[in-house]
Design a protein around this ligand. Structure first.
Ligand code: GDD
Ligand code: MN
Length: 375
């Protein structure tokens, strides 16, 4: 007999949380036929040792250890597909989700005409006091409003990471799931040809005690992107241009300001023009790289040694971009085009070059092959 319910728990550095969680599940699900599947993305804090010990002690605990891959959504999908239980729950490992809700969620999905039960931090009777800051709470609400557009269902908490569904629903949506990022619930709703029949249960989102949240700034960023996509993306002309290109250009324009500021300052200090211009160029490229790295490519941020190699590749790409820019502008100008048009054309083609090449080399497939992140 397969277990009736599989609880899928993604983990990334949750050493002190996993054992208490299993104990809590034990109490909450006493009398039910259940298993728990931890999907760990190669935690570095010893979580795996604890998980392997737990799995050795108990038949209903198993562990999927993923190496060279990252991502909350894909971890949850993989965990669900590694089981045969007819009911699947997903919850965080950090004890923020109220496990005592699980029996009620299971009953709804099993006995009522409901395919997925979402535990909501914002439904009636819920409380999200555990959200760490006012800003986080605002971000969460804005994200919710945007997400409702995608889910086509008035979920009160479309970002919830705590839900329970029937396997039949998973099977229906599986081929269309994107598996990227952390918006797994959104993914399930958006991948279903018709919105799934759902129910919501309010719960009190507890504060995290041990370990750190992995999503604080990522949540904000992903929703900025989603928002930009849903607003700018509506404008037919720009639909095929990636949102990142606009961010890249905005950062570039900021870089022009940085460049002029540094150039003006150095000239004021009577530095020779050639030197001043060189330093200004270097400062502007470095600031463009840094801002793009933590803003445009927040989800692929380069750190440590890779920050430095990335910076060098960015210098080289921009240098080639500058040559293309100047050569093209000069060519067009020599053909008799207006100076402003020639200038803008050169700069525009240079920007597209810089964007396209840095997207693939500095922050692109090279990087992905090395780390395999799918987040
Ligand atoms: N396997 C794996 N891989 N697990 C991960 C990863 C990853 O890349 N990133 C995070 N996790 C695990 C954490 O260990 C934790 O168990 C759970 O996923 C949620 O991560 P937190 O870092 O605690 O997220 P949160 O509390 O900030 O975010 C919660 O609220 C979001 C909405 O605001 C989660 O419930 C999210 O799912 C939810 O979207
Ligand atoms: Mn959490």
């Amino acid at each position: 007999m397969p277990y009736q319910l599989a609880v899928i728990v993604p983990t990334l550095n949750e050493r002190d949380n996993v054992e208490p969680l299993v104990d809590l599940l034990d109490q909450a699900l006493a009398g039910e036929s259940w298993q728990v599947v931890f999907v760990d993305d190669d935690s570095t804090d010893g979580t795996l040792d604890v998980l392997h010990r737990l799995a050795g002690d108990r038949a209903n605990v198993s562990v999927i250890h993923r190496v060279g891959r990252r991502g909350l959504s894909s971890a949850c999908i993989e965990g669900m597909q590694a089981t045969t239980a007819p009911f699947l729950a997903v919850m965080d490992a950090d004890l923020q989700h109220d496990e005592t809700l699980l029996p009620r969620m299971l009953r709804l999905a099993r006995d009522e005409d409901v395919e997925i039960v979402v535990a909501s931090r914002f439904a009636d009777g819920a409380s999200a006091d555990g959200l760490s800051s006012g800003m986080r709470r605002t971000a969460s609400r804005v994200g919710n409003a945007v997400s409702r557009l995608i889910t086509r269902a008035p979920l009160t908490d479309p970002l919830s990471g705590f839900f329970l569904l029937r396997r039949t629903l998973l099977d229906r949506v599986a081929p269309a799931l994107s598996g990227r990022g952390f918006k797994i619930l959104l993914d399930i709703f958006a991948s279903s040809p018709r919105p799934p029949r759902y129910a919501e249960l309010g719960f009190t989102f507890r504060a995290r005690v041990a370990g750190d949240s992995k999503l604080d700034t990522q949540v904000l960023w992903e929703f900025g992107m989603l928002l930009a996509d849903k607003t700018l993306g509506r404008w037919a002309l720009v639909r095929w241009i990636p949102i990142r290109f606009f961010m890249f250009v905005a950062v570039g324009l900021l870089g022009v300001g940085v460049h002029l500021g540094v150039l003006g300052g150095l000239l004021h200090m009577t530095v020779p023009f050639l030197w001043a211009q060189s330093v200004a160029t270097l400062v502007a490229m470095t600031s463009n790289f840094t801002i793009n790295n933590s803003f445009t490519y927040r989800d692929r941020r380069l750190r440590g040694a890779r920050f430095l190699t990335g910076l060098v590749s960015f210098y080289l790409i921009c240098a080639i971009g500058a040559v293309i820019n100047v050569t093209l502008a000069d060519l067009v100008y020599q053909q008799g085009a207006h100076w402003a048009l020639s200038g803008v054309l050169g700069a525009g083609v240079g920007a597209v070059w810089n964007y396209g090449v840095s997207a693939t080399i500095t922050w692109g497939s090279w990087w992905r092959r090395r780390t395999g992140t799918d987040g």
